[in-house]
Design a protein. Structure first.
Length: 88
């Protein structure tokens, strides 16, 4: 597990605890904050998964990654040039 995944899992667990305490005490605001923390933790954990997947792909297929980067850069420059030309 990478750092972002661990941080996300910890945030999710803290949110679940907060949600449970809010439910136990009847504090709706605490419950909502707990649910929000759970969602933020899930998002951070998924972000870590994406980073991990990208790093693995980059290590396994460096040439394909470079090709993709240069293709996207070329397309971006072309679109920017076309937009600039259109605005004249």
């Amino acid at each position: 597990m990478k750092a972002e995944q661990v941080k996300g899992a910890l945030e999710k667990a803290a949110g679940k605890t907060q949600d449970f305490l809010g439910e136990l005490t009847g504090d709706e605001r605490l419950q909502m904050e707990g649910k929000a923390r759970q969602s933020a933790g899930e998002l951070q954990q998924r972000y870590g998964d994406v980073l991990d997947t990208c790093a693995t792909y980059l290590q396994r297929r460096p040439r394909a990654t470079l090709f993709t980067v240069f293709t996207v850069a070329g397309l971006t420059l072309t679109v920017a040039w076309l937009i600039k030309r259109r605005n004249r």
